[in-house]
Ligand binder design. Structure first.
Ligand code: 5GP
Length: 128
């Protein structure tokens, strides 16, 4: 089944400037802004400006220009936050939830960049 994009999702409204956001970085194809409910000292969401529901939708249908722009934007935000281990930072985690089992709340692709504290194990074994 093909993905169907909901134009009323909250990130679509952010992209249309219908609701405010705390932008940290913007390019032609991508927008990065602070999560409204941060889970760590650094918690930034990076979204493509195109209408993509989740990561595989984007990876399989976006243009090369959009994909390069998006991946570079994530790298740029990491640099801005001073978190890359290669630059002396303490590291970070990237997360992108998709669908029901991924517990995706907002149906517009977003990668969470979380950093600024020890983040523990990747998944909670008790929940498996
Ligand atoms: P998901 O569960 O879909 O991976 O994550 C959605 C994220 O969007 C959550 O971390 C939530 O805090 C964030 N969020 C939801 N609504 C808003 C909003 O209006 N503004 C911002 N900046 N973040 C939001």
């Amino acid at each position: 089944m093909a993905y169907s994009y909901d134009d009323q999702n909250i990130f679509a409204k952010i992209l249309r400037d219908e609701i405010p956001n705390d932008t940290v970085y913007e390019t032609d194809h991508s927008l990065a802004f602070k999560d409204i409910t941060p889970q760590a000292p650094h918690h930034v969401l990076v979204i493509p400006k195109g209408k993509y529901v989740c990561f595989d939708h984007f990876a399989n249908t976006a243009s090369d220009a959009e994909i390069v722009d998006y991946i570079r934007a994530i790298g740029e935000v990491c640099k801005m936050l001073g978190i890359p281990p290669g630059d002396g930072g303490n590291g970070y985690r990237l997360l992108s939830n998709a669908g029901q089992d991924g517990v995706q709340e907002v149906p517009h692709l977003h990668v969470h960049i979380v950093a600024g504290r020890g983040l523990g194990r990747m998944l909670n074994p008790a929940a498996s």
